[in-house]
Design a protein around this ligand. Structure first.
Ligand code: NAD
Ligand code: WQD
Length: 344
């Protein structure tokens, strides 16, 4: 068995898929999650996929004493993947202090505890949000960081600076910062997937809930942008492809494959798709119609962004392999499973 990895937020969407890939790669996983945006039955789903039940501690990462007890209970933790955060852009505008406390204090606790327990490195979940609307597309890691459009985006920018400053101050641990574009899809088993609380803010969960009849229609937020069909463009990355990148990042950190103490990688497909193209792709891939209506723009939306993933491709030896069609089919299969189980 390889090292033990602490996965904060491991009951969440990306964390649960990453736990599966870590276990497949032979890592021992300890999940810490306060279940503020997930459910403990996700742990059951992970076990059904891999046959291995990860250790799970229902703990709030901003609770210093509770986090110290986690490290005392699992002295073999060698690396951390820090997913735990509040991530709803709109909510962050109305509750900025909750977002700053949750997203900043959780990271600071980990960085302060790591040296005490000889934890060698931390992989941090960042976001392409830090780029705002890039001047040049596709966007690479040297693109300028632009003033955040939300407290959520700002918390990610500040997190990255906290890691940089902690390492600059002499901390011995390593860090790999992964800037995700738009993760979509579900594990092909449909045992785990994206399960947002309440009305989904993100496109794909709203789209699949519309396709299955939970929502009457999908509202497309604007078709008057300066793009070929007028709707916004994003880089939609399969969540399992994204999870696999985390395993590579952990191996790179713990096997000292890099002389850099801190590295940053964009994780995207390198291809942009518009909202209308995605709806069309979903209908073709699933043969299911999605009723939609064009409405006004959503405040805070940027017009278009997609990744230049060459740095991650070349340095990590990682690239996306799952097709958009298979990814959209996995989202649909997951939505149908939720219906079968009476979840929604
Ligand atoms: P998610 O909400 O599904 O997962 C986050 C998990 O963290 C949840 O299970 C939640 O209960 C837990 N959590 C939150 N605060 C916590 C705390 N204080 N202590 C313990 N657990 C806590 O979100 P996700 O989509 O899986 O995102 C994971 C990470 O990736 C987040 O940091 C998010 O900002 C980042 N990210 C997500 C996206 C995306 O589109 N999903 C894009 C870019 C970056
Ligand atoms: C995608 C596109 C919408 C819903 C957000 C966060 C980002 C990251 C990923 C955390 C946009 C359009 C959406 C709908 C629509 N999260 N849309 N109707 O906004 O690119 O990124 O999630 O890190 O930080 O900002 O993702 O899925 O909300 O929207 O037309 O009902 O779909 O306008 O163009 P977004 P999204």
């Amino acid at each position: 068995m390889k090292s033990t990895i602490l996965v904060t937020g491991g009951a969440g969407y990306i964390g649960s898929h990453t736990t599966v890939e870590l276990q497949n790669a032979g890592y021992e996983v300890v999940i810490v999650d306060n279940l503020s945006n997930s459910n403990e039955n996700v742990i059951d789903g992970i076990e059904r996929i891999t046959g291995i039940r990860p250790a799970f501690e229902k703990v709030d990462c901003i609770d210093w004493d509770a986090m110290q007890k986690v490290f005392d209970s699992y002295p073999n933790i060698k690396g951390i993947i820090h997913f735990a955060a509040s991530k709803a852009v709109g909510e962050s505008v109305s509750k900025p202090l909750l977002y700053y406390r949750n997203n900043l204090v959780s990271l600071i606790n980990l960085l302060e505890l790591m040296p005490q327990y000889n934890v060698e490195g931390i992989v941090f979940s960042s976001s392409c949000t830090v780029y705002g609307q890039p001047e040049i597309l596709p966007v690479n890691e040297s693109a300028p960081i632009q003033p955040a459009l939300s407290p959520y985006g700002n918390s990610k920018q500040i997190n990255e600076e906290i890691i940089r400053d902690a390492i600059h101050s002499g901390a011995s641990y390593k860090s790999i910062i992964l800037r995700y574009f738009n993760p979509i899809g579900a594990h092909p088993s449909a045992e785990i997937g994206e399960l947002p609380n309440g009305v989904p803010q993100n496109l794909i969960p709203f789209l699949t809930q519309t396709a299955i009849g939970i929502r009457a229609e999908l509202q497309v937020y604007g078709n008057d942008y300066n793009t070929p069909d007028g709707s916004c463009i994003r880089d939609y990355i399969n969540v399992v492809d994204l999870a696999r990148a985390h395993v590579i990042a952990v191996e790179r950190m713990l096997e000292n494959k890099s002389k850099e103490q801190m590295e940053i990688f964009n994780l995207g497909t390198g291809t942009g798709l518009s909202v209308l193209e995605l709806i069309d792709a979903f209908e073709k891939a699933t043969q299911v119609k999605v009723p939609y209506r064009i409405v006004g723009r959503r405040e805070g939306d940027i017009e278009q962004i997609w990744a230049d993933p060459r740095y991650a491709n070349e340095v990590l030896g990682w690239k996306t392999v799952e097709s958009v069609d298979d990814t959209l089919r996995s989202s649909w299969k997951w939505q149908q499973k939720l219906r079968e189980k009476g979840v929604m």
